[in-house]
Write a protein that binds this ligand. Sequence first.
Ligand code: PLP
Length: 420
Amino acid sequence: MFHTAQWFLRDGFKPQDAGAKRCFILRKEIYLDNSATTKPSAQAIHAAVEMMESCWGNPSSTHAKGDEAAAVLGEARRRVASALSSAPQEIFFTSGGTEANNIAVFGAAAKNAKVGRRIVTTAIEHSSVMDSVGELERRGFEVVRLQPDRFGHISPEAVWEAITSDTILVTMMLVNNEVGSILPVEEAVRAARKNAPRALVHCDCVQAFGKMPVNVNRLGADTVTISAHKIHALKGVGALWKRKGLHLPPLTFGGHQENSFRPGTEAAPLIAAFGAAAAVAGDRGKMTVRTDQVRMLWGAARQMLLKIDGIGINSPEDGSPYILNFSTCCVKAETMLNYLSNRGIYVSGGSACAKGEPSHVIKALNLSHDAADSAIRVSFCADNTSEEVRLLADAVAEGIKTLAHFQSSMPKKRENAEKI
Ligand code: PLP
């Protein structure tokens, strides 16, 4: 994918072995885990390096070195704001999506604590929302978690029913990070404005930003989270968009930066890189080209995987084309991930897969035990190719042949794909 060949070590190779060179084989990496993180773009890297080499002043300093850093920060803010069709004053840089979600959820609860205790969310939010809401529940808030259908859809009717007059916060992601389903956020906003006018609506747009148009005014939420490393910028930076005029209590104190809402010296190199990547991510023409390419890859991958006996697709057909989740139904996800990784193919198995447990999202889909245990997420970017998709499908088929009979807990004869 990146046109750079990678050197892989043969099994059992030790660096101190004599004749080390002969132990290497040449193989190309295939990166299909773009929802976990993306490769930083040349523009993003250039912007960060420029800041570190020449423009390394503190943006708060009142001399020329500070002014030039502040100017770059301002330009990055304008670029991120423009990508969301918003105003620069509404953008607050954070350390990433996790922090932005925490600020929005705890801020809204603190602001509305005297109004009511009811929070409406879904059972398939990212852990940074799910665990924040869980903490609020321990502190006495009532939490309603909307359950998805088999493909991660949340029903608009359920949203209207759940958002009652005592609701103080609705927090719903736009695109689910594990299966790619698109959630009815605009419907949730309409329900909140009608049934619970004092409720705040937060939307985690981390997996939507740069992949589908995100116009904060059209979306209608009060706060929106985005993260830089999902759009080919760097890790450790993100932003909270906060509607103009909305006051939320900050979570941290100790400086005037970000309008005292998120104090602390700004990560200027990361923010500059974020701005550079956001200019590309938010360009509607480029977005269409990227999404067309990714949609073609999604369709090809789905078709090829469905030809493999027993494989079932867990992603909806009307979801984001950037994410394709499937179950082999016969090889545990972590075993398949290792198998693919040893062949230079990088995918993912759901957030909690490393612990050998299906994630809360996969559990919420109510799949069969085998389907949940073997769920794999493939996530694309526009640099991926059809050839990579073919190599993935071949490797999965080969992996099933090699590994399935070792998995005694899983049935030899697998069910039909659509039944899982
Ligand atoms: N929200 C969603 C939907 C995500 O997918 C992620 C990261 O995977 C986050 C939030 C957290 O973002 P960050 O890694 O920038 O903290």
